[in-house]
Design a protein around this ligand. Structure first.
Ligand code: FE
Length: 329
């Protein structure tokens, strides 16, 4: 059995066992077309100047996905179905191998991008385009599924802490069927700076004149990993028309002029403005700060596929079943 057939078999086996693959409710039925959502409202897009206030705080909710990996879902759940262009944010954080060992066996995607950012542990990515990459602490992978890809994301450790994130980023209608693309960024390629006591890793976009290594992404993302300690004030410009959120991974951070406290495991949706302000009066706080240009198009979700219409979701399932999702016509 060649590599691809093995992956197909894994997916079939997972489906037969009723196992949900990552974000992949294997039942094709739950297609949920939604208009431009709460995420693209006019207030956040009006381009006002000033530091962004916290508009909403979401507690990440426990769930399981992949072949049973324990996760906390901050975007893509009931409290925040999406924040255009961001479709999903999952954190995995456990030192119990039973929570992560099953990993995310082969599964398809079409119509959007998956981003994995590792804080601790090791995972391996393999896909139908021939890419393979090892995720280790501090590394990032930005996979543009485009017209179709089948991939697996499996732990490469048997014990110890596994900690990281997966973010799903939508593609605009005109770009959903582009060829797949894969950016595998080793930890030492991500610039790390100290700014007034804050430690900032620039994964994508620009901060303090430093540009991150992820390039050519449609929504022009900003992706920063920021650590602040007691008494530090962190402030950075942000495109006023972009939607933005901060997810606190450790400790607590105070965000915006009103200094709203956001604790580990919480996501803050940021309101309008052209700057982000963070302070800290805990021992320390760490957050990922992520922003992107809203797409403002209808969204139809069907498990591992994110398109504009239900018909396009049905087509994706049909293409997957008939083998045309990857490399076919
Ligand atoms: Fe995936």
């Amino acid at each position: 059995m060649d590599r691809f057939s093995r992956r197909q078999a894994l997916v079939s086996a997972a489906s037969a066992a009723g196992v949900a693959l990552i974000g992949c409710r294997t039942d094709p039925a739950p297609v949920r077309p939604t208009g431009p959502t709460e995420s693209s409202d006019d207030t956040r897009r009006s381009g006002a100047s000033g530091a962004r206030q916290v508009e909403k705080i979401i507690d990440a909710m426990p769930t399981r996905d992949g072949a049973g990996v324990k996760l906390s879902r901050a975007i893509g759940g009931r409290a925040l179905s999406m924040l255009d262009p961001f479709l999903l944010l999952d954190e995995f954080h456990s030192d119990d191998p039973n929570d992560y060992a099953a990993g995310f066996p082969s599964h398809p995607h079409r119509g959007f991008e998956t981003v994995t950012y590792m804080l601790e542990g090791a995972m391996e990515h393999r896909d139908s385009v021939g890419n393979a990459g090892r995720l280790r602490p501090g590394s990032a992978q930005w996979m543009t599924a485009g017209r179709g890809i089948v991939h697996s994301e499996m732990p490469k450790q048997e014990r110890g802490l596994m900690w990281g994130f997966q973010l799903w980023v939508n593609l605009p209608r005109a770009r959903k069927m582009i060829e797949p693309r894969y950016q595998d960024i080793a930890p030492d390629r991500i610039p790390e700076l100290d700014r007034d006591g804050a430690r900032v890793r620039v994964v994508a976009g620009n901060a303090f004149g430093t540009t991150g290594p992820i390039t050519g992404i449609d929504v022009d993302p900003l992706f920063l990993d920021v650590t602040v300690t007691r008494g530090v004030r962190f402030e950075t410009p942000i495109a006023s028309e972009h939607n933005a959120f901060a997810f606190v991974t450790d400790g607590a951070v105070r965000l915006g002029p009103s200094r709203a406290e956001v604790r580990a495991g919480q996501l803050a949706v940021l309101g309008r403005g052209d700057r982000v302000l963070a302070t800290c009066d805990a021992t320390s706080g760490r957050m990922v700060l992520i922003a992107g240009r809203p797409i403002g198009e209808p969204v139809a979700r069907g498990g591992p596929f994110v398109m504009n219409t239900e018909d396009e979701i049905r087509q994706a399932w049909e293409d997957y079943r008939s083998g045309r999702l990857v490399g076919g016509v």
